[in-house]
Design a protein around this ligand. Structure first.
Ligand SMILES: NC(=O)c1ccc[n+]([C@@H]2O[C@H](COP(=O)([O-])OP(=O)(O)OC[C@H]3O[C@@H](n4cnc5c(N)ncnc54)[C@H](OP(=O)(O)O)[C@@H]3O)[C@@H](O)[C@H]2O)c1
Length: 166
């Protein structure tokens, strides 16, 4: 299976890349150029710098697109999918049902939900080193406002961490 992750370096995307690799997929990561080394280390097989190249111009036949970015032109990723492929936006998204039907694409809208069994399995994957957490930056809880400022600047690589002194 070929999986394309848009926003691949971010908090959601860098885990999507690693989980797709864990499942044996060929992974195409889309992010700005500064993240290429980070994403290749996490297992990305191909890297597209969206500031230079539009994925839809160079990619086709993908089984699954995980889009963590969205925006008004998010439907541009529909054409990289093959017939029978799946679009998985991690934001609330609406695609033209006529367009998705004519392309033969399924749109899957999911939201975070608690699942103890899955969390236990993910914990095991972290313990054994299969999954890694990219840390963009770390702030004490008392400086949570600075963490929000960092988040608003964009270009996040991994997660922003708040530390709590016990
Ligand atoms: N459905 C759910 O359960 C769920 C759970 C958590 C989060 N979310 C949602 O998922 C989205 C992403 O969250 P996040 O925590 O991963 O955000 P994040 O950490 O800020 O990551 C976003 C990433 O997208 C990249 N990016 C920005 N513009 C881009 C573009 N045009 N093309 C490709 N990459 C681009 C950014 O870096 P570069 O521009 O430098 O590449 C950054 O690495 C948010 O809308 C959030 O609300 C949904």
């Amino acid at each position: 299976m070929t999986v394309l992750v848009n926003g691949a370096a971010g908090g959601v995307g860098h885990f999507a890349v690693q989980l797709a690799k864990w499942k044996g997929a060929h992974v195409i990561a889309v992010a700005s150029g500064r993240h290429e080394q980070f994403l290749r280390k996490l297992g990305a097989d191909e890297f597209i710098d969206y500031t230079r190249t539009q994925a839809a111009d160079v990619v086709s036949g993908v089984d699954l697109v995980i889009d963590t970015v969205g925006g008004p032109d998010s439907s541009r990723f529909l054409t990289v999918l093959k017939r029978g492929g799946t679009m998985l936006p991690v934001f609330f998204a609406q695609y033209d049902p006529e367009e998705t039907a004519s392309l033969g694409i399924t749109v899957s809208n999911i939201q975070v939900r608690s699942n103890g069994r899955q969390l236990a399995e993910i914990g095991r994957l972290f313990d054994e080193g299969t999954l890694q957490v990219g840390v963009d930056s770390t702030y004490p809880l008392s400086e949570a406002g600075s963490a929000h400022t960092r988040a608003a600047q964009g270009h996040i690589q991994g997660k922003i961490v708040l530390t709590v002194v016990s």
